[in-house]
Structure formats: structure tokens, C-alpha cells
Design a binder for this molecule. Structure first.
Ligand SMILES: NC(=O)c1ccc[n+]([C@@H]2O[C@H](COP(=O)([O-])OP(=O)(O)OC[C@H]3O[C@@H](n4cnc5c(N)ncnc54)[C@H](OP(=O)(O)O)[C@@H]3O)[C@@H](O)[C@H]2O)c1
Length: 182
């Protein structure tokens, strides 16, 4: 069993959601935020990502410069560029292994942290191991969809990092850092 105090590398969560905690429709994201994608790339570059098979399918390719660790219940599912695992424990093991191996090769690029990359099923499993969330809050009016788990608001110190007003095609959104305090 994994316990948080025994993690070799910390797990950070990264997510974009609307005011109703909606993160997607099950197949894709519901918005296109070029600035958020740039931020996501910068934050996660050089780290392993742990994602569910449905999130992998929604992206459709490996994200370069990062380990793409994909959780599935299938023992035969394969995809080029994906490190396939059948348990969250194994996902962490493979992420630590990737960091160790790549750290020896390039310490300038590799970050000693793992990202919980979604979707909702994977957030639900992994959030308890995270003390930090890189959150994008999107002003997007929608009540139904795939939801991020409900956080206990008093457990987190919240820092607003940047606010972006709406432009023609891009809804208003803001970048936040959540740090667990209890
Ligand atoms: N806004 C954001 O920040 C963000 C981030 C990521 C994803 N998303 C969105 O979220 C949606 C997908 O989320 P989702 O919750 O439907 O799916 P998901 O979490 O991406 O993937 C679920 C799949 O992961 C596998 N899985 C889950 N738990 C497992 C376990 N304990 N052991 C082994 N495999 C396990 C299963 O794959 P198998 O069915 O193959 O067994 C399951 O069907 C999409 O719309 C995507 O665009 C949004």
C-alpha cells in the first residue's frame, strides 16, 4: 500500500475546471485555452504524468519531454509512447523509476515530481497523495459533465497567481496554486 509519507517524489495535481468542478465531457476538454496549455507545458515538462486511459484517448498522442503513464484495467491495451500500468501503485513505481533514470541523464530538464494529470477517476484515486494543486479556474457556464472531486476547502491555502480576462474565443480564466495545510 502507498502512504503519502513514503512517497519518493511528491505528487502534484494539475487541473482546469469551471465553477461547478466540470473538467470535460468524458471525451475531451470543453474549452480551448492556449495560455493554459502553454502554462501546463511549462509546469509539467521533464516530469512523469499519471493519466487515465480516457484522458490518453482524448489527447491521442504522448506529450513530449514527459513520461506518459497510462492507467487501464486492460492487460492487453498498448499505445505508442505510453507507459501502461494496471494499478496506481505501479504508476508511482514507474514514475519514480523514470525520474531516477532520466535524472542521471539530464538534471537540467528532469523535475523530481510526479503530476496527477486526470481525468476524474485518476484525480479521485490520487488526490489524497497531493499537497499541491496547480489549478486553472475557467468561467464557463456548464453544470453537467465529468467532475473533479469536491475538495474540503479549509484544507487548502489558495493563492491566485494570474487573472486572464475573456477575449474573443477564450473564456475568462485564472491560475491558482493550492497548498494543503492540514
Ligand atoms: N480539465 C482538465 O484539467 C482535465 C484533465 C484531464 C482529463 N480531463 C477530461 O476528463 C475526461 C476523462 O476523465 P474520466 O474520469 O472520464 O476518465 P480518466 O480518469 O481519464 O480514465 C478512466 C480510465 O482509467 C482507467 N482506470 C481508472 N482507475 C483505474 C484503476 N484503479 N486501475 C486501472 N485502471 C484504471 C480505466 O481505463 P480502462 O477503461 O481502459 O480500463 C478507466 O476507464 C475527458 O473529458 C478529459 O478531457 C480534463
Amino acid at each position: 500500500m502507498i502512504t503519502k509519507n513514503k512517497l519518493k517524489n511528491p505528487i502534484f495535481c494539475i487541473v482546469a475546471m469551471n465553477e461547478n468542478r466540470i473538467i470535460g465531457d468524458g471525451k475531451k476538454l470543453l474549452w480551448h485555452l492556449p495560455g493554459d496549455l502553454k502554462r501546463l507545458k511549462k509546469i509539467t515538462m521533464g516530469s512523469p504524468l499519471i493519466m487515465g486511459r480516457k484522458t490518453w484517448d482524448s489527447i491521442g498522442r504522448p506529450l513530449p519531454g514527459r513520461a506518459n503513464i497510462v492507467l487501464t484495467n486492460s492487460i492487453s491495451w498498448r499505445a505508442e509512447g505510453a507507459i501502461v500500468v494496471n494499478s496506481f501503485e505501479d504508476a508511482i513505481f514507474r514514475a519514480d523509476q523514470w525520474i531516477d533514470l532520466n535524472w542521471k541523464i539530464d538534471q537540467k530538464i528532469v523535475q523530481k515530481k510526479i503530476f496527477l494529470f486526470g481525468g476524474a477517476e485518476i484525480y479521485k484515486i490520487g488526490l489524497k497523495y497531493c499537497d499541491n494543486i496547480e489549478m486553472t479556474k475557467v468561467n464557463f457556464n456548464l453544470k453537467a459533465g465529468i467532475k473533479f472531486p469536491k475538495l474540503n476547502e479549509t484544507d487548502w491555502e489558495k493563492t491566485k497567481l494570474q487573472h486572464n480576462l475573456a477575449t474573443n474565443d477564450v473564456p475568462e480564466h485564472s491560475f491558482w496554486h493550492y497548498r494543503r495545510i492540514v
